[in-house]
Design a protein around this ligand. Sequence first.
Ligand SMILES: Nc1ncnc2c1ncn2[C@@H]1O[C@H](COP(=O)(O)OP(=O)(O)OP(=O)(O)O)[C@@H](O)[C@H]1O
Ligand code: SF4
Ligand SMILES: [Mg+2]
Length: 365
Amino acid sequence: MSELKTKSDKHKATLEAMAKADLMGREVELGEKRIVAEGGTPLLRIEDLKLHFVTTRGSVQAVDGVNFNLNTNKAVVVVGESGCGKSSLAKALLRLLPRNVGEYSGKVWLKDVETMSLSDEEYRKRIRWIKMSMVPQAAMNSLNPVLRVGDQVAEPVMIHYGATQKEAMTQAAKLFQNVGVPVDFLTRYPFELSGGMRQRVAIAMSLVTGPDLVILDEPTSALDVLTQANIFNLLKRIKANLETSFILITHDIATSSELADIVAVMYAGQIIEVSESHRFFSAPRHPYSAKLMASVPKLRSREEPDFILGKPPSLINPPTGCRFAERCPSRFEKCSVEPPIYDFGEDWVKCWLYEGKVKPDERNN
Ligand SMILES: Nc1ncnc2c1ncn2[C@@H]1O[C@H](COP(=O)(O)OP(=O)(O)OP(=O)(O)O)[C@@H](O)[C@H]1O
Ligand code: SF4
Ligand SMILES: [Mg+2]
């Protein structure tokens, strides 16, 4: 409890400093900070994470052996086609599991705590919202319609830090200021707010307890282009000011490139490439990543955006070899065997094309 209080106090102090400096009105120059994906201290380590769902047609292997590391104050952008398991990965990390869970296994360290070994009670008390929170897909529609938004943002502070309602509301008001929602909106109901404002409220709710890591699942889908850009700018400022790490799931590769320190590409339940963002955007290594990037329209190019032939494999019986093989222009005989992970130091890729170029990693599945 005392540790939680200290964390809460630290967070409050940071928010107060932000409010005083009126940082929300200014553009924060990330400069060098964004360029360097390396550095920071280890925050998250995921080893062989699996989340399978039981269905009448068989077991859906939505998350199937995910490995990933993230340092403090970093933003990783997770991209991949619809249905590849991005939301399931977020749910697996936050243990927000549906009733039809089959296999749920692996290791997830948040700093020095291995969260998968915690009981549900311990996990709820020590991890969810306190250390790791989430803005779920379509969050702006998931606010409780019959509760005032201020009360909804204040609630986690009362539950997790034992704050009084007055204290929690003060904290909620500071968060509103920091995410650009007028403080007098605290007493409004969700239906009285625009989509963009509701999304900001959802982001405020995810930050109010001062977590180390926030997972945002498609935070800008269903918003107009201008509001999307505003939300991305807001996330940049929060990252720079609150030193929070983000896992940002998005289809908007182009806009998210502004925020990303690292890009993780997911395909058919697995992460198949992790690269520092500048290296990724200039030269993605995995053939699927290259196709994804080629499918992003470019403003100054006369070239038509490319598209990826075919569709991802079923997650009920995924292929035993490389899961992208059927659609891969570079496939060769070896691709009928599952490729190992090839490690480039900070970056890695799961593809046979890199055999002999760098050493395979121990994280091979
Ligand atoms: N509770 C469930 N039971 C059975 N299958 C599920 C369940 N939840 C998700 N799935 C399936 O798991 C796969 C991955 O779904 P998920 O929602 O994680 O994908 P996604 O990458 O987030 O897609 P999108 O980009 O459309 O949001 C899909 O085939 C989906 O149909
Ligand atoms: S392992 Fe083979 S099929 Fe898979 S992406 Fe690499 S080259 Fe293509
Ligand atoms: Mg999703």
